[in-house]
Design a protein around this ligand. Structure first.
Ligand code: HEC
Ligand code: HEC
Ligand code: HEC
Ligand code: HEC
Ligand code: HEC
Ligand code: HEC
Length: 498
């Protein structure tokens, strides 16, 4: 059984070899990943569903290209043909063989393409693809994602909508991202906010039903002061997430902003949306409109206006899945959990002194943390180390661990690049609007009254905590006596490390 002469060209043969080898490799890698689903690395999927199919298709294209050029060449060599199209004669055994190969081959190919494209679809929607293929670039988001309440929600559920338009849209921007990774032209840090983020109505509200409002939330904060004893300081806040009484729904409280009858639009002066310039409130039911302007902004008319945006979940919950903690927070967490012993003198302030530094790589940070702590305690507290073996090593590894989960020097990702808008201690957050300087013409101000959003239920150092009686609030007591904390916004001091 022989194939017609036109098939014997080097291009055709190499095409056929390339296609068959890639095909076998695809089948092989799929079998491997089925047999050992846990052991295979993150990159096998990339090969079986993206790289190898490209070679398969190239091979398949080479086959007809080779055959056609061969026919054309033969023609030039004056091998005369009377008819334009090939005549298929099924009585000729070699031609029958070609037709058989062609029909069976096409059928198998179509079958595998449909299974394959389904797999490609699934693979490109997986966390593995989104989070690890461009490892360095997505590492910060991937690591913080795994520490969040949403680590079981797939990346695409927040970032890509359902339906064909979103699919195409995301793959087009994906192509650009692949290009920028290959040419090393991606920005560090990756720009935020994500202006093309799928609207919160379609993502968050699928799981968190706005009609189902939340009860008040009790938050306990333990922090440790930078003194010799690492004094534990407690604050207990009752956050007024929703109305005091369920019957009132979203009529008041923090989630009032997402009441369907309320529409809040704001105009930001920059891409980052962190400086707000004008706020507009519309009551969809009564038609009432109120425009608040920042009275401190002198050149109001000349200020740049970047965009006007309707407020939704992400304007407060901008870090539902990628929250980078500040050193103050992650060291406090480790002391509270006992990984860093509170008995190590000055450990909070020594850790802060180290973490204010900027490091070019994670490795250099790891080395410096270990070196500095060993050096400091070896010099000033060698008795303490001798009496408490292992205690310093545990503290070192907890600080290193905290650094690795929250700082990503290569991508320049950290808490100051990606501030969390919930609160007001380390970044403006709620105080972007609630700063007492936005005023409407009818005299309403967006207030920063300390009891608007929460009541303080308890506060003070361990052993001497002051409690409020059932429904009253405590006057905020700043742990350090100072006159100017009321004049300045909290974040103006607290974004620095103490
Ligand atoms: C619960 C929803 C949610 C999930 C799940 C989620 N993200 Fe995000 N992601 C967000 C939001 C919200 C933002 C920031 C939006 C903003 O500030 O504009 C964001 C921002 C980002 C950014 C831009 C940089 C930044 O931090 O602002 C990247 C990159 C990113 N996400 C990647 C991922 C990857 C990879 C996964 C899966 C491993 C993932 N996301 C899972 C909601 C989510
Ligand atoms: C696929 C479902 C799903 C989607 C989509 C989703 N969430 Fe969640 N979210 C959850 C679940 C489940 C929890 C509770 C997790 C827990 O208690 O451990 C949660 C918890 C939260 C919490 C409390 C977290 C905490 O740390 O206490 C906030 C705030 C939140 N989600 C906001 C958002 C926002 C904002 C979005 C959209 C960007 C979003 N969620 C999208 C399912 C989802
Ligand atoms: C004005 C800012 C703001 C907006 C807008 C906002 N939230 Fe919240 N939300 C908060 C604050 C503040 C809390 C309480 C603080 C915390 O959980 O750390 C909270 C708490 C939550 C919680 C946790 C409740 C609990 O008891 O643990 C969920 C879930 C949540 N919000 C979802 C949403 C969703 C979904 C949207 C959009 C439909 C939204 N929020 C819009 C500020 C906001
Ligand atoms: C884009 C601007 C903006 C941001 C950001 C913002 N708010 Fe507001 N908020 C408003 C406006 C406008 C009002 C209505 C002011 C008035 O009473 O005239 C308001 C009112 C409130 C109220 C009173 C609601 C009621 O009537 O009971 C609470 C509580 C509140 N905000 C909490 C928060 C919290 C917490 C945050 C941060 C997580 C926040 N807001 C961020 C614009 C904003
Ligand atoms: C617009 C709403 C709003 C106003 C006004 C407000 N806060 Fe807060 N505050 C918050 C939110 C939201 C948090 C964060 C809660 C969390 O982290 O879950 C917070 C956190 C805090 C904390 C804990 C901080 C930490 O990091 O440990 C303290 C203390 C506090 N507020 C005091 C005050 C004082 C004092 C004032 C008056 C000058 C004030 N707040 C005004 C919304 C507000
Ligand atoms: C003038 C600067 C300044 C201002 C303004 C300020 N703080 Fe502080 N705050 C400090 C210093 C310094 C410490 C002591 C830090 C330490 O010893 O670790 C501190 C400690 C704290 C602590 C306990 C420990 C810690 O580090 O979390 C809380 C809680 C706190 N401040 C809340 C607030 C709040 C809320 C506001 C705004 C209402 C505010 N502070 C305004 C400088 C300031």
């Amino acid at each position: 059984m022989r194939l017609p002469k036109s098939f014997y060209s080097w291009t055709t043969i190499s095409g056929a070899v390339l296609a068959s080898v890639s095909f076998l490799l695809i089948v092989f890698s799929i079998i491997i990943s089925l047999i050992f689903p846990d052991e295979v690395g993150d990159y096998l999927g990339l090969f079986s569903y993206i790289v190898l199919p490209v070679f398969l298709v190239i091979g398949l294209i080479l086959i007809p290209v080779g055959t056609l050029t061969k026919i054309r060449k033969d023609k030039k060599r004056k091998v005369q043909r009377e008819v334009k199209f090939p005549i298929v004669n099924l009585n000729d055994s070699s031609q029958r063989f070609v037709v058989l190969i062609f029909v069976v081959g096409t059928a198998i190919f179509l079958l595998f393409t449909s299974i394959g494209s389904y797999q490609v679809f699934h693979y490109t929607e997986s966390n593995e693809f989104c989070g690890t293929v461009c490892h360095t670039v997505m590492e910060p988001e991937y690591v913080t994602y795994h520490g969040s309440a949403h680590s079981r929600v797939r990346c695409v559920e927040c970032h890509v909508g359902s339906g064909a338009t979103w699919y195409v849209k995301s793959k087009m921007s994906g192509l650009y991202q692949v290009y920028s990774v290959l040419t090393n032209s991606y920005p560090t840090p990756i720009e935020t906010p994500v202006h093309s983020l799928r609207p919160a109505r379609e993502t968050c509200e699928k799981c968190h039903w706005p009609e189902k409002f939340y009860d008040s939330k009790l938050v306990n904060r333990k922090s440790y002061l930078s003194d010799e004893e690492n004094t534990e300081w407690n604050v207990q806040l009752l956050l007024k997430t929703a109305s005091e009484h369920k019957a009132k729904g979203l009529a008041e409280g923090i989630h009032w902003h997402i009441n369907p009858d309320v529409n809040i639009e704001y105009t930001a002066t920059s891409f980052k949306r962190d400086t707000i310039f004008e706020v507009k409130y519309t009551n969809n039911k009564t038609g009432e409109v109120r425009v608040y302007k920042d009275e401190n902004l002198e050149d109001f008319e000349d200020s740049p206006r970047h965009e006007t945006r309707t407020m939704d979940c992400v304007d407060c919950h901008n870090r539902p899945s990628h929250d980078y903690l500040s050193p103050t927070k992650f060291v406090d967490h480790s002391i509270a959990s006992g990984e860093i012993s509170q008995s190590i003198p000055e450990i909070k302030s020594v850790a802060m002194g180290i973490l204010v530094k900027e490091f070019p790589t994670t490795d250099s940070a790891m080395n410096y943390i270990a070196f500095k702590i060993n050096e400091y305690y070896g010099k000033y507290y060698d008795d303490f180390i001798a009496e408490n073996p292992g205690i310093i090593e545990n503290a070192i590894s907890a600080i290193q661990e905290g650094y690795k989960k929250n700082y990503f020097p290569l991508m320049k990702a950290n808490y100051s690049e990606y501030p969390n808008h919930i609160g007001h201690s380390e970044s403006p957050g709620c105080f972007r609007c609630h700063n007492d300087s936005f005023q409407s013409e009818d005299g309403h101000i967006i207030t920063n009254d300390c009891n608007l959003c929460h009541v303080i239920k308890a506060q003070g150092p361990a052993g001497n905590i002051e409690y409020s009686t059932s429904d009253s609030t405590l006057m905020f007591n700043h742990p350090m006596e100072m006159t100017d904390w009321k004049e300045m916004a909290c974040y103006e001091c607290h974004r620095e490390l103490y």
